[in-house]
Write a protein that binds this ligand. Structure first.
Ligand code: HEC
Ligand code: HEC
Length: 367
């Protein structure tokens, strides 16, 4: 009896804790079976109570320095757990960040996190936004834990679920449990390809799938398997986008080019080196590994729910899917170091329209 009473209090308290959450779509939580088209879960799902706690924390602005920012304000459920309003995310006090928030759908399958793959576990990833001065701005881990424990419903919830107060590990476990419950599958494509329903996809999208896996060469990186598809290889590649962006920025702000001196200008292209346009230079994985082969390499994003994820790419620089298709049609950014599988495709207008129809057929549906 006592246990049931506490449990009821706990869920009522959690419901009160997350007003934003009341509008969020709910079907993903408490998942036991995966939606059609997704691989088996790499780890068993967490308990509904842990997921509910993580969900409350995810949408709670009290986890930010001035009570204005939450995970869910940059990863919005209605925007596919990404964000449609701005190219690059805007953090606490209005600071513009370097990159666009990736969708959190199917993050349970990701082994490398962030566009540059610098983080490897959801449990530790959370401290990056929570403690970054320009994201959620919490001054320290200890301050954050004390703030959470001072909120009665969390104080109670941590003791019920873990038998212990909030800690870095427990906070990470709760938020990660919620993130791992965000699954996106059972799209029209899945029902056609894996569900063998010939009516699930229209003729244009079916032709688009042929372009995607054939002439377009897209599935080399955005993988589609025989039994399931994540539409990513989980690896990092240079599409030439960062190079093209640096060139554009240099054209727009020629005064920003640094003079290398010593006659170096004549032998080195500062744009290709990513120097001279300080504000916009994002060298991707290179900044993590310092290996020249990683220059401009970014993680292949999944394409599930992609129609809901505009704007696109690590910097949100491409406004819509037509612009992404044009980018690949041109042969990517045209960087001398870009992946050799990205080259001009010379799509016909019909092929572009079909590819678009196919990408639109990847939107997730309730199971
Ligand atoms: C101010 C906006 C903002 C807030 C707040 C924010 N994020 Fe993010 N998130 C981003 C951006 C931008 C990236 C990409 C950063 C990069 O690649 O360097 C990202 C990346 C991620 C990733 C990596 C996903 C992948 O597939 O690589 C995860 C997971 C994530 N965020 C979870 C969270 C959680 C959990 C919180 C709250 C504790 C949070 N985010 C708060 C903007 C935000
Ligand atoms: C060599 C690997 C590779 C190939 C081939 C490839 N992509 Fe990509 N794709 C990537 C990478 C890496 C990114 C992220 C680039 C960035 O953000 O700088 C990306 C980004 C995207 C995005 C943006 C998704 C988002 O959420 O921002 C879309 C859409 C996309 N690709 C579609 C396609 C299509 C369509 C094709 C075929 C015409 C294709 N890709 C071919 C690796 C590849």
């Amino acid at each position: 009896m006592r246990k049931g009473g506490l449990g009821a209090f706990f869920f009522a308290a959690l419901a009160l804790l997350s007003p934003v959450d009341a509008q969020a779509p709910r079907p993903e939580t408490g998942v036991t079976a995966v939606p059609l088209g997704l691989p088996p879960l790499p780890i068993p799902p967490a308990s509904p109570a842990l997921i509910a706690l993580g969900r409350a924390l995810f949408f709670d602005t009290r986890l930010s320095a001035n009570d204005t920012m939450s995970c869910g304000l940059c990863h919005l459920p209605e925007d596919g757990y990404s964000e449609n309003q701005t190219a690059r995310a805007v953090g606490i006090y209005g600071a513009t960040l370097k990159r666009h928030p990736p969708s959190l759908y199917n993050v349970v399958y990701q082994t490398l996190l962030f566009w540059d793959g610098r983080e490897t576990a959801l449990e530790t990833q959370i401290f990056s936004p929570l403690l970054a001065a320009d994201e959620m701005g919490m001054p320290s881990a200890g301050f954050l834990l004390a703030r959470i424990d001072s909120i009665p419903a969390y104080h109670e919830a941590f003791r019920i679920i873990f038998g212990a107060p909030p800690s870095l590990d427990r906070l990470g476990a709760a938020i990660a449990a919620f993130e791992r419950s965000l699954l996106c599958g059972n799209s029209p494509f899945d029902r056609w390809f894996y569900g063998h329903d010939p009516r699930a996809l229209d003729a244009a999208a079916i032709r688009g799938f042929t372009v995607f896996t054939g002439k377009g060469g897209c599935s080399a990186c955005h993988r589609v398997g025989r039994d399931d598809a994540l539409f990513t290889d989980g690896a990092l590649h240079d599409t030439g986008l960062a190079y093209a962006e640096r060139q554009r920025a240099a054209r727009e702000r020629p005064g920003a080019m640094v003079v290398l001196g010593g006659g170096l200008e004549s032998r080195i292209d500062p744009v290709a080196l990513g120097i001279g346009v300080r504000d916009s230079a994002d060298l991707g994985r290179f900044a993590i590994t310092h290996d020249p082969r990683d220059r401009d390499a970014f993680k292949t994003p999944s394409l599930r729910d992609v129609a809901e994820l505009a704007p696109y790419m690590h910097d949100g620089s491409l406004p819509d899917l037509a612009a992404v298709i044009d980018f690949y049609d041109r042969g990517g950014g045209g960087s001398p170091t870009q992946d050799r599988r990205i080259f001009p495709r010379h799509f016909t207008p019909g092929e572009k329209a079909d590819l678009l129809a196919f990408l639109a057929a990847l939107s997730c549906a309730p199971r």
